[in-house]
Design a protein around this ligand. Structure first.
Ligand code: LLP
Length: 424
């Protein structure tokens, strides 16, 4: 459910007509809806009622300061994966004791920054990382609270590029080694081992992999406890799938059904629980608005060439992801549909948003809206083809604000330097 709907024949984000934003900021641009972000955060938090639980929004999904600040005001914590994301989370007023730091390749300065900021915990992905954190924390005279990220070796049944909990993925500590590494963490100086963390993949449309992974982890907790080790915290990761609008799509799992699985598998252990949802909060809270440059007719289809490209939204190119695309003006009921490909202007065949879609007749200058672009959209954009990063706009009721301005080509070029031998 989101707050992008047609009113008076035009698509609105809450109370604001997207065409009015297009007139103001030009195209393409992203729009985020405050009401949708709020609703999703609250649906997820409500589903956790009665549990000793914390929701740490996965900042990688959408790191705009306005989005983070909106979520912070609702009580969200943050799951960060870099010093950069940690800086953003702190700047958005997310309290350090609500921040967890994940990721396989944390560098010394990032570990130091995390320890000096007093965050809730660092999720450790390997033994060398554990040793490194211990050494840094001893040097700083601190105690690092850590959780071991374990790899439960279950198939999340999602796209291969976003599955993370299988043996052979680069993530987490091998299952068989966990008791030994946990004991080691207990003995290491400068380390307080709080518990375990896991994340098995993203865009999960089935709860069964969660049931399997969490059941395995529950057994592991019993094993650790039987050896006299203390497990106080379990980080259950993120990954809940959202509807992208495929016609034949299986329904995405409801947070209530998900937390039922959590209660049944982990509830009896009496630990604190951490959740790291990203897409579930931000996905349907954002859309990408783009303008048709040309409608090029060929024999069996029409190519709608739009002004957004794979540099602005790479999900279809990278994962073959489906995004529902609609027209900004409401099509009349029963409008004829034609066969279209919706493509960007970049010189690569992969720069395609939609193939063989049934679409209302559309002409140059019309606006199109790519839905479910609030997660892993703007954050994965680049300046490929020297295309400047596009603006992000947030709506809230009848109000809107440009929450990231459009970059300029001069901004991009100004980062380059000529060597002496070319500038003399
Ligand atoms: N926690 C950890 C440790 C993660 O690696 C991730 C996502 C999350 C939480 C949040 O997962 P979510 O709830 O958003 O599914 N760029 C890809 C998705 C990459 C996900 C990476 N990890 C895409 O556009 O589909």
């Amino acid at each position: 459910m989101d707050f992008f709907n047609y009113k008076n024949g035009h698509l609105h984000g809450e109370g604001v007509a997207l065409k009015d934003i297009a007139d103001e900021v030009g195209t393409p641009f992203y729009v985020y809806s405050t009401a949708t972000l709020t609703r999703h955060f609250e649906v997820f938090s409500d589903a956790l009622r009665g549990m000793n639980a914390m929701v740490c929004f996965a900042v990688k999904a959408n790191s705009n300061q306005a989005v983070l600040t909106t979520l912070a005001a609702l009580g969200a914590g943050a799951d960060v994966v870099s010093g950069g994301e940690l800086t953003r989370a702190l700047k958005a007023n997310i309290k350090p004791h609500r921040i967890v730091f994940s990721g396989v390749g944390k560098q010394d300065d990032e570990i130091e920054f995390a320890l000096n900021s007093g965050i809730k915990q660092i999720n450790v992905e390997s033994e060398p990382e554990l040793d490194r954190i211990s050494a840094i924390s001893v040097r700083l005279g601190k105690t690092a609270t850590v959780a071991l990220r374990v790899n439960p070796d279950v198939d999340a049944g999602t796209h291969e590029k976003i599955t993370t909990g299988r043996k052979g993925n680069k993530f987490g500590i091998d299952w068989e080694r966990v008791p030994e590494v946990y004991q080691k963490a207990t003995d290491l100086p400068g380390i307080h081992i709080a518990g375990l963390a896991m994340h098995i993949g993203s865009q999960l449309m089935d709860l069964e992999p969660y049931r399997q992974a969490y059941s395995r982890v529950a057994e592991l907790v019993e094993t650790l406890r039987s050896r006299g080790l203390t497990v106080e915290v379990l980080d259950a990761g993120g990954g809940l799938g959202v509807p992208y609008g495929e016609a034949d799509e299986v329904e995405n799992p409801h947070p209530e059904a998900y937390t039922e699985v959590v209660r049944n598998t982990l509830g009896h252990l009496g630990t604190e629980l951490i959740f790291e949802p990203g897409r579930m909060i931000a996905g349907n809270s954002g859309v990408l608005v783009t303008r048709v440059i040309y409608a090029k007719k060929s024999t069996d289809k029409t190519f709608l060439i739009v002004d957004a490209g794979m540099n602005d939204l790479i999900r279809p190119t990278l994962y073959g992801a489906f995004h529902n695309i609609i027209t900004e003006t409401q099509p009349p009921p029963g409008a004829d549909l034609i066969n279209v490909d919706i493509v960007g202007p970049i010189c690569e065949t992969g720069d395609t948003f939609a193939k063989d879609r049934k679409f209302p007749e559309t002409k140059a200058n019309d606006l199109l809206v790519v839905r479910t672009a609030g997660a892993y959209g703007a954050v994965q954009s680049s300046t490929y083809n020297t295309r400047a990063l596009i603006p992000e706009v947030m709506v809230n009721g009848d109000r809107h604000c440009v929450v990231r301005k459009r970059m300029s080509v001069e901004d991009i070029i100004a980062l380059d330097r000529l060597p002496d031998w070319l500038s003399e």
